[in-house]
Write a protein that binds this ligand. Structure first.
Ligand SMILES: NC(=O)c1ccc[n+]([C@@H]2O[C@H](COP(=O)([O-])OP(=O)(O)OC[C@H]3O[C@@H](n4cnc5c(N)ncnc54)[C@H](OP(=O)(O)O)[C@@H]3O)[C@@H](O)[C@H]2O)c1
Length: 327
């Protein structure tokens, strides 16, 4: 990595991924600033913004080296009209605002990484989706008789609009990379790893849906290392898939998680059960039932080495970390 101390600004960096990245870069000696609607307490600098209007927070970006924009209302909710507006505005609105601000800075960051999602690709059981040959979703068939539900299409459109707002920003002096991220697995409380682990430990961690749908995932250590790699590699711009190279069917994914926890069996959850359960859990079944078979073509081509390329060893590491933290 660049041995200089970098000034790294993370709008929306108070959440799961942002807190992990902020700690990662601070440990390596960089100056980290999180823009938050907060306030909240952290060992790095936090500066107030409202995500809607320009304000004195703009000064944090003047002369900064890197902007990593992570704002977004959690996708883990029912996609009602009201929530759709919040999901949209918190991603597209904040991205547009940053674009406007960066276009008038005297010394804008030399690189802007913007959150995006691997959900942009179609429901894929048949083949891997990389950046070059992957097909963008929307309106695809999910079986001979059925098209993808409207809610899946809407989630794809959300990500397409998010990237469009990002790439249309007029920032000629700033390199831009959209982080098409799959599920990020870390041991923090409230994370998707904890949710799935709780199911497994209650012997409820069997196949979800048919179990044939693929799960794309990335260990948080590799996510942070990949972000660092993208900051360093000045030739890389455009969309980049941030996901481990080995997505796997849900059946195998849950089996490996059960093995990591030494839990021999798990009650399966058929699709109908997931759909009904999602209503009670105030979430969307798409998060589990859509097949995400996404691979990191550009990172691998550029020579990035994953520390956790396989889910079994990633799950073992996360269980180890979780146990160390709880003992
Ligand atoms: N975690 C994953 O597995 C994953 C996978 C794919 C993509 N992503 C994307 O990566 C980004 C970061 O993920 P994360 O898991 O760290 O998300 P998170 O924990 O939900 O945090 C996102 C941050 O966005 C800010 N935010 C929420 N609602 C907002 C609003 N209405 N207006 C402005 N800011 C708002 C919040 O910061 P303040 O309250 O401090 O302002 C929050 O801490 C998100 O955009 C997410 O969609 C994450």
């Amino acid at each position: 990595m660049d041995t200089r101390r970098l000034r790294i600004v993370l709008p929306g960096g108070s959440g799961q991924v942002g807190s992990m990245l902020a700690a990662y870069f601070q440990e390596r000696g960089h100056y980290v600033t999180v823009l938050t609607r907060g306030p909240y307490t952290a060992s790095w600098q936090t500066v107030h913004w409202d995500g809607v209007n320009p304000g004195s927070w703009i000064e944090t970006l003047e002369g900064a080296d890197v902007c990593i924009h992570l704002s977004g209302r959690s996708i883990n909710c029912r996609h009602t009209e009201q929530n759709r507006k919040a999901l949209y505005d918190s991603r597209i609105g904040t991205t547009r605002l940053l674009g406007q601000v960066m276009s008038v800075l005297d010394n804008p960051p030399r690189v802007w990484l913007n959150a995006s999602s691997a959900t942009i690709y179609r429901h894929a059981l048949d083949r891997d989706m990389d950046e070059a040959t992957g097909e963008i979703g929307g309106g695809e068939r999910i079986s001979k008789r059925r098209r993808a539900p409207e809610k899946w299409d809407w989630a794809v459109k959300l990500v397409k609009d998010w990237e469009a707002a990002f790439f249309s920003a007029q920032t000629p002096r700033t390199r831009k990379v959209a982080l098409r991220t799959s599920l990020v697995f870390g041991p923090a409380p409230g994370s998707v790893f904890e949710v799935l682990s709780n199911l497994v430990r209650a012997s409820l961690g069997g196949n979800q849906g048919s179990g044939r749908q693929y799960v794309s995932w990335i260990h948080e250590t590799d996510y942070a290392r990949a972000v660092e790699f993208l900051i360093d590699h000045e030739g890389i711009e455009g969309p980049v898939n941030l996901t481990a190279p080995n997505p796997l069917p849900n059946r195998e994914f849950m089996q490996a998680l059960r093995n990591a926890w030494d839990v021999p069996n798990g009650l399966p959850a058929p699709a109908l059960f997931i759909k009904i359960g999602a209503i009670f859990m105030r979430t969307e079944p798409e998060l589990v039932l859509k097949s995400r078979r996404v691979v990191p073509g550009r990172l691998l081509d550029a020579g990035f080495n994953f520390q956790f390329p396989a889910w079994a060893s990633a799950a073992e590491d996360l269980v180890r970390q979780w146990r160390a933290r709880s003992s």
